[in-house]
Design a protein around this ligand. Structure first.
Ligand SMILES: NC(=O)c1ccc[n+]([C@@H]2O[C@H](COP(=O)([O-])OP(=O)(O)OC[C@H]3O[C@@H](n4cnc5c(N)ncnc54)[C@H](O)[C@@H]3O)[C@@H](O)[C@H]2O)c1
Length: 353
């Protein structure tokens, strides 16, 4: 079978994890080696605005270094472009790749504006190309287990859901030469950056949001964007939700999900051992350790990113849909926009159409 050949653009932090997915012994979902499950694949070329970095990565990955994006999208040796760039560049770079007949995987947010997301989805459909956002949330082992247990009715009807994404970006936010704290690089702060993960998760597990209100805070003076935000409201099915994001927690990156149902509660905390516990009622003090989800504080997220890249490459070579529906990536950005509308009107309720 012919390998799927990738061009990678934006060779920073998260690119390194995307690149892992191309190794034969890459550990994807639940830390399992997935080489047999997914197609042969190779990194054919790289591009970054930083000439030293692209030359270095080309040597490390034994591939071509392009000296412009133009030359990369015109390279006939490339089937797919994997975009791991600052948010403000997602639309322009994804569009150019799709216009040149390349399949595209783009990091979250799919694009900073939902109109741009819709445009990209339409171009991909017209050109019969595989396109989606690298929404690793869909491949987090614990969340897949939560989905299965909810479908089995293990905790009854969900009444309340809380999500929390925490970690530290303080050093990068303070560095005014980097894009993380600059509005022209991020097009938003914690809501734009972390929000898509939680809004995608809510939609996948519970359905659409009907209304929300949001507030944002900025603790890092040097930064132009919010580093903490709270978005809360209700879902179409009546469940209450609350999503919180902080970039000022001095601890490893973590995600929590708490689902409170009519017959029990599921708590996921990626840094706790075990990361997933199920409680059944007020006397269940110890809960049940859900051992199907391994304790993996270091690679729980990496494995989900690798699995997402594998899934995308599988769709390119296997003529089947990607697991992450691009429409849901666009939906997450619509909720980001609604949350910012609420922030800019002092936390007024925004109804989602
Ligand atoms: N899925 C996740 O959990 C996760 C985690 C971290 C980052 N991300 C996403 O990945 C993307 C990249 O984030 P990062 O933390 O890796 O950023 P980064 O700053 O570490 O890397 C960005 C790279 O893009 C390059 N670049 C900037 N402008 C360029 C241009 N015009 N042309 C070519 N290259 C250019 C930079 O030189 C840098 O190497 C963002 O969309 C971010 O939200 C996702």
């Amino acid at each position: 079978m012919k390998p799927v050949r990738a061009g990678m653009v934006g060779l920073g932090t998260i690119h390194a994890i995307h690149a892992e997915a191309f190794k034969p012994d890459a550990k994807g979902e639940a830390g399992q080696v997935e080489s047999e499950k997914y197609p042969p694949r190779e990194i054919s070329a790289v591009f970054d605005i930083d000439a030293g970095l692209r030359a270095k990565r080309a040597v490390e990955l034994s591939c071509t270094a392009h000296d412009s994006y133009e030359s990369m999208v015109n390279d006939p040796e490339i089937d797919v472009i994997d975009i791991t760039l600052p948010h403000a560049l997602h639309y322009e770079f994804a569009r150019k790749a799709l216009d040149h007949g390349k399949h595209v995987l783009v990091e979250k947010p799919m694009a900073p504006l939902s109109d741009q997301c819709r445009d990209l989805i339409e171009i991909a459909r017209r050109n019969e190309l595989v396109f989606t956002v690298a929404e690793n949330t869909r491949f987090v082992h614990a969340y897949k287990e939560v989905k299965r247990l909810l479908d089995e009715g293990v905790i009854g009807v969900p009444r309340l859901v809380r999500t929390f994404i925490s970690g530290s970006e303080v050093v990068r936010l303070r560095d005014t030469s980097l894009w993380k704290g600059r509005i022209d690089g991020t097009v938003g702060g914690a809501i734009m950056d972390a929000g898509p993960h939680s809004f995608y998760l809510l939609k996948w597990l519970f359905g659409s949001i009907s209304q929300l209100r949001a507030s944002q805070y900025k603790l890092v003076d040097e930064s132009e964007v919010e580093d903490h935000a709270i978005v809360s409201g209700t879902l179409d099915n009546g469940t209450i939700f609350s999503s919180e994001f902080t970039f000022t927690a001095e601890m490893p990156w973590n995600e929590r999900l708490e689902v409170y149902g009519s017959e029990g509660t599921i708590v996921v905390d990626q840094l706790s051992n075990p990361p997933m516990v199920i409680y059944n009622g007020e006397l269940d003090f110890y809960g049940t350790r859900h051992i199907a989800v391994p304790y993996d504080p270091i690679w729980w997220k990496g494995s989900s990113i690798v699995a997402g890249v594998h899934d995308f490459l599988g769709a390119v070579s296997g003529n089947r849909p990607v697991t992450v529906d691009p429409g849901d990536g666009c939906y997450a950005v619509e909720i980001v926009e609604a949350a910012y509308r609420s922030c800019s009107s002092n936390g007024q309720v925004v109804f989602i159409q």
